[in-house]
Design a protein around this ligand. Structure first.
Ligand code: S3P
Length: 424
């Protein structure tokens, strides 16, 4: 699906942000380990989470939709050997987390994914799993991967990467391993796994950047999933850069390990307010009000990177509209996402008329640039590149065409319909 994006009038109104992808993946997968029934409300309907749901069904869970928003996962007969290869689609989170679950089972499985996922590095999870005794067959640490279920033993793993996917994989393997397993990372990555495992009764000890887990049986849990700050990010930036906009985004998860974007935008002089702060299913949430703002440049590096890793492409769009030079460093892992996001953003934003220079681990962005548009944009099979381009298109002088915009459906199928609610 190719779409045209035109210069926007001011954005006005209130929209509810759809479900968090990271939390939905975990709610689906961890439910499969409970041997009971779990209700999940407001789950993500994005293609990535549906890949996870299909896989747990293949592993013996049955699912029943109570209505559009509520789903019961029955894991009384799970986990069992699947009768087919497991399709992870485009989803790195599905692949890396499910490997931690499958490595210690008493049956064998095989995982595969789409073209983009098959190029992504899996060594980061294969290395710790092999140290735990896992038997994995792969070609150069990429999908497809064959997993021979084996009894696992606990390890003390010091991760070179701050990665919630690696952390979750190791903790899930540790849940079913003999002895304690510890995972230490250089900076704290998103902690949804720890919060949900604790609520399901896992034996966990958490201190700073280290988590220790011991073999535990999870108990069923009812989860209400909050809105995804990574989806809200596109609307936040839209509200900040489209002149005279004022929008409120409701039900947004503001977990400290995910809310780096709010800190960064405030440092850029953004008019952004958190309202009605509350906690649902152990996750902090708020409504976020943003108003058009005269942004200024900033520097983003170090410990904040894992707190906003998925938001960096859209932050780069904001930086093109900020007065001064914005420098983003320590984000080399952006090259290993659904696309090489450093190169993709540099190429596409420069086409639009931005002044952005690629570095090995981020960008140097000179603002403020008037974006001209009048060109065709590629999405690189990457939902976040597609949505970043869309938001940039709203302030281009001339319309742009975005090719293959359907990639948005990976995380945010509601994107265009929600957008229509705040444009007049
Ligand atoms: C995710 C963790 C992050 C993030 C991804 C989702 C998760 O990846 O980029 O979109 O749900 O655990 P890394 O942990 O590899 O940084």
């Amino acid at each position: 699906m190719d779409i045209k994006v035109e210069k926007s009038k001011p954005l006005k109104g209130i929209i509810e942000i759809p479900s968090d992808k990271s939390i939905t993946h975990r709610a689906f997968m961890f439910s499969a380990l409970t041997k009971g029934k779990c209700k999940i409300t407001n789950f993500s309907k994005g293609a990535d989470c549906m890949s996870t749901l299909k896989i747990i069904e293949n592993l013996g869970c049955s699912t029943k939709y109570l209505n559009e928003k509520e789903l019961i996962i029955n894991a009384e007969n799970a986990l069992i050997a699947p009768n087919k290869k497991l399709d992870c689609g485009n989803s790195g989170t599905t692949t890396r987390l499910i490997m931690g679950i499958l490595a210690g089972q008493n049956f064998n499985t095989e995982l595969f994914g789409d073209e983009s996922l098959s190029k992504r590095p899996m060594k980061r999870v294969i290395t710790p799993l092999e140290l735990m005794g896992a038997e994995l067959i792969h070609n150069d640490y990429k999908l497809p991967i064959k997993i021979t279920g084996k009894p696992l033993k606990g390890i003390n793993y010091i991760s070179p990467l701050a990665s919630a996917q690696v952390k979750s994989c190791v903790l899930l393997a540790g849940l079913n391993a003999d002895g304690a397993t510890s995972f230490t990372e250089p900076y704290k990555s998103r902690n949804h796994t720890e919060l949900m495992l604790e609520a399901m009764g896992a034996d966990l000890t958490i201190s700073d950047n280290k988590v220790i887990i011991k073999k535990s049986q999870l108990h069923p849990l009812e989860t209400i999933v909050c809105g995804d700050i990574s989806s809200a990010a596109f609307f936040m930036i839209a509200g900040l850069i489209v002149p005279d906009s004022e929008i409120t985004l409701t039900n947004v998860g503001i977990n400290e390990t995910r809310s780096g974007i709010i800190d960064v935008l405030k440092s850029m002089n953004a008019d952004i307010e958190l309202l009605n702060e509350r906690t649902i299913s152990n996750e902090k949430i708020a409504d976020i009000k943003v108003r058009y703002s005269k942004l200024k440049s900033t520097q983003i590096e170090g410990a904040i990177i894992p707190r906003l890793i998925d938001e960096l492409p859209i932050i780069a769009v904001a930086a093109t509209q900020a007065e001064g030079t914005t420098i983003i460093k320590d984000a080399q892992d952006l090259r290993n996402k659904e696309a090489d996001r450093i190169t993709a953003i540099t190429t596409e934003l420069n086409k639009l008329g931005a002044n952005i220079q690629e570095t090995s681990d981020g960008w140097i962005i000179n603002g403020r640039s008037e974006l001209t548009g009048d060109c065709e944009i590629e999405c690189y099979h990457d939902h976040r590149i597609a949505m970043s381009a869309y938001i940039a298109g709203l302030i281009c002088k001339k319309p742009i065409k975005i090719n293959e915009f359907q990639w948005v459906n990976i995380s945010f199928p509601e994107f265009l319909s929600l957008f229509n609610k705040i444009t007049y």
